[in-house]
Design a protein around this ligand. Structure first.
Ligand SMILES: Cc1cc2nc3c(=O)[nH]c(=O)nc-3n(C[C@H](O)[C@H](O)[C@H](O)COP(=O)(O)OP(=O)(O)OC[C@H]3O[C@@H](n4cnc5c(N)ncnc54)[C@H](O)[C@@H]3O)c2cc1C
Length: 473
C-alpha cells in the first residue's frame, strides 16, 4: 500500500513528497493536469525557503538559475533601503519564475524515487481507522495510509473534508500574462513609471527575448475565474495606461484575485492540507509559494515519523498548531499591504506615514523579516528566546551547520561535549563544537531546523528528545 498520497504536484506537493520519500516513505503524487502549467505566478524565493533548500543540499541548483534582488521596498512596494544586518546568509530575493522552481523541485523529488501521476484528478475520498481511499475522475480508487491535499486554493480535498475556508472573497481581479509588444523598451519603461505613480497594481516588465510580463487591473471580478481573453487584456491596458503598447503574441494569460482565506483546520483524521489548499491571499510580498514550501518542511518529517512508527503522541497535530498561526500572520500582512496600495486618500496617507517610518532601520527590518519568514517562532512554551525559532547557518567544526542537517534528522548542537543522544542516534545527529557561535551551551534542532530545546542538563534534554523524537531505541 502507498504510505502517503499527495494530491497536487505544485511546489507544495512535490516538496512534501521529497521530504517524505527522503525518509523512506512510499509516496505517490497525483495531479489533475496532464502537464505542468506554463503560467508563471511566483517570481521569487525568500530567505527561509533558500535556507531550507540549503538544509537539503539543493540551494545551489536554484542559485545557479536565479538572479538576486535587494529586499528594500519589498513591503507593499514602499521604496526603502535594504535593511541592515538581516539575520540570514540569504539577504535577498532570488528571482526565479515559479515554473523553474517547480521544475527543480520536481526533479529532486523524482531523483529520490517519488512517483508523479499526471492527468489523475482526485474527486472523492473516504477514510477509516487504517487509511484513506481516494476516488479518481476515471472511476478508479487509490488506497493510502494518509492523504495530503496540496491541490491549490480551490482544493477538492478541503471541500470533500467539509473544512471551512473563512475569510474575504475577491474584491478586485488582476490580469496577468506574457506577450510581445511593439512599443520600444524606453517607451514601455516610461509608461510603466508614470502609471505606477497612481496605480500600483499595474506593471510591465521585460523578461527577455522581447517578451514582457504584463500585470493590469481587470474590470470587475470574474465569478467563473476563467482566464481572460487577449482582447480583455488589451482593453484593460488601454483603460489603465492609455495604450495597449502594441501587445501581440500572448504566450499565456491568467487572472488572479485578492481573496484572503484560511482553512479552519489543517487536519481531519488521516487527511491533511498544505500550501494554497490551506491558505490563500493576494500575492503582495511574494509569499504564497514560500509559505507552501515551508508548510511542507514542517509537515514532512512529522508525517514520516508517523508512517515510520516513531512519532510521539501529538506530534502530527503540532503541524496545525504551528503552521496555521504563521499563515494567519501572512494573511494579515497581505491585507495590510492591499490597503497600502489603495488609491483612496486615507490609505495613501497611511502609506506616506509608513514610508517615513521605514527610514528607521528597525521598522524596515521588522517588516522585511516578516515577509522572508526568518522571524517565525513556533510557540513551544516559555523559555529562552531561541526556543521555537530557526537557527541561521553558521560554521561548525568541519563545515557549516546547514550542511550537517542534510540527512533530514534532528541535530544536537553541543558546545559542552558532555551531552548524549544515545537511544536516539538514528533520529538525532550530535555535533560537538566547543567553539561554535551559540549563546547557549547546547541546542536541539528538529529536522525542520527549529530549536526544540536549549540547555546543558542531560535529564532535561532527554525529556525533550522524548517529546519530539519518541521513545529511545
Ligand atoms: C500573480 C501571482 C503572483 C504570485 N507571486 C508569488 C511570489 O512572488 N512568491 C510566492 O511565494 N508566491 C507567489 N504567488 C503564490 C503562489 O503562486 C502560490 O502560493 C503557489 O503556487 C501555491 O503552491 P501549491 O503547490 O500550494 O498550489 P498550486 O501551485 O496551486 O498547485 C496545486 C496543484 O494541484 C493540482 N490539482 C488541483 N486540484 C486537483 C485534484 N482534484 N486532483 C489532483 N490534482 C489537483 C493542480 O493541477 C496544481 O498542479 C503568486 C500568485 C499569483 C497568482
Amino acid at each position: 500500500m502507498i504510505d502517503v498520497l499527495v494530491a497536487g504536484a505544485g511546489p507544495t506537493g512535490v516538496m512534501l513528497a521529497a521530504e517524505l520519500r527522503s525518509r523512506g516513505v512510499r509516496v505517490l503524487v497525483v495531479d489533475r493536469d496532464p502537464a505542468p502549467t506554463p503560467v508563471v505566478r511566483a517570481m521569487g524565493l525568500h530567505a527561509r525557503s533558500l535556507e531550507v533548500l540549503d538544509q537539503r543540499g539543493l540551494v545551489d541548483r536554484f542559485l545557479a538559475l536565479g538572479t538576486t534582488h535587494p529586499l528594500g521596498g519589498y513591503f507593499a512596494g514602499i521604496v526603502a533601503r535594504q535593511p541592515e544586518g538581516l539575520d540570514t546568509t540569504y539577504p535577498y530575493v532570488l528571482g526565479l519564475p515559479q515554473t523553474v522552481t517547480e521544475r527543480l523541485l520536481t526533479e529532486h523529488a523524482l531523483e529520490l524515487g517519488v512517483e508523479i501521476r499526471r492527468a489523475t484528478e482526485l474527486v472523492g475520498l473516504e477514510q477509516d481507522a487504517h487509511g484513506v481511499t481516494a476516488g479518481l475522475a476515471d472511476g478508479s480508487t487509490l488506497r493510502a495510509r494518509y492523504l495530503v491535499g496540496c491541490d491549490g486554493g480551490r482544493s477538492t480535498v478541503r471541500k470533500l473534508l467539509g473544512i471551512g475556508f473563512p475569510g474575504e472573497p475577491s474584491r478586485v481581479d488582476t490580469l496577468l500574462g506574457e506577450m510581445r509588444v511593439t512599443a520600444s523598451p524606453d517607451t514601455v519603461a516610461a509608461i510603466n513609471s508614470e502609471v505606477r505613480t497612481t496605480q500600483l497594481r499595474f506593471g510591465v516588465a521585460r523578461i527577455g527575448d522581447g517578451v514582457y510580463r504584463v500585470v493590469v487591473p481587470a474590470d470587475g471580478v470574474a465569478e467563473d475565474r476563467a482566464a481572460p481573453t487577449f482582447d480583455e487584456v488589451k482593453r484593460q491596458l488601454i483603460a489603465t495606461a492609455g495604450t495597449d503598447l502594441g501587445a501581440h503574441e500572448p504566450r499565456w494569460l491568467s487572472r488572479f484575485g485578492d481573496a484572503t482565506r484560511l482553512a479552519e483546520r489543517y487536519r481531519s483524521g488521516r487527511v491533511l492540507l498544505a500550501g494554497d489548499a490551506a491558505h490563500i491571499h493576494p500575492p503582495l510580498g511574494g509569499q504564497g509559494l514560500n509559505l507552501g514550501i515551508q508548510d511542507a518542511v514542517n509537515l514532512g518529517w512529522k508525517l514520516a515519523a508517523e508512517v515510520n512508527g516513531w512519532a510521539p503522541a501529538g506530534l502530527l497535530d503540532t503541524y496545525d498548531v504551528e503552521r496555521r498561526p504563521v499563515a494567519a500572520e501572512v494573511l494579515d500582512n497581505t491585507r495590510a499591504q492591499m490597503e497600502l496600495v489603495s488609491l483612496e486618500p486615507g490609505p495613501r496617507a497611511v502609506r506616506g506615514l509608513l514610508t517615513e517610518l521605514m527610514a528607521f532601520d528597525e521598522v524596515n527590518r521588522y517588516l522585511i523579516e516578516k515577509i522572508i519568514a526568518i522571524s517565525v517562532r513556533y510557540d513551544l512554551g516559555d523559555g529562552h528566546p531561541l526556543l521555537g525559532r530557526r537557527l541561521r547557518d553558521r560554521p561548525v567544526l568541519g563545515g557549516r551547520l546547514y550542511e550537517r542537517m542534510r540527512a533530514g534528522r534532528g541535530l544536537l548542537l553541543d558546545r559542552t561535549g558532555a551531552l548524549s543522544v544515545d537511544g536516539w542516534a538514528d533520529r538525532v545527529d550530535p555535533v560537538v563544537d566547543p567553539a561554535v557561535d551559540l549563546d547557549v551551551p547546547a541546542a536541539l534542532l528538529r529536522p525542520d531546523g527549529h530549536v526544540a530545546w536549549v540547555g546543558a542538563d542531560q535529564a532535561d534534554l532527554r525529556v525533550h528528545l522524548l517529546r519530539w523524537f519518541g521513545a529511545a531505541r
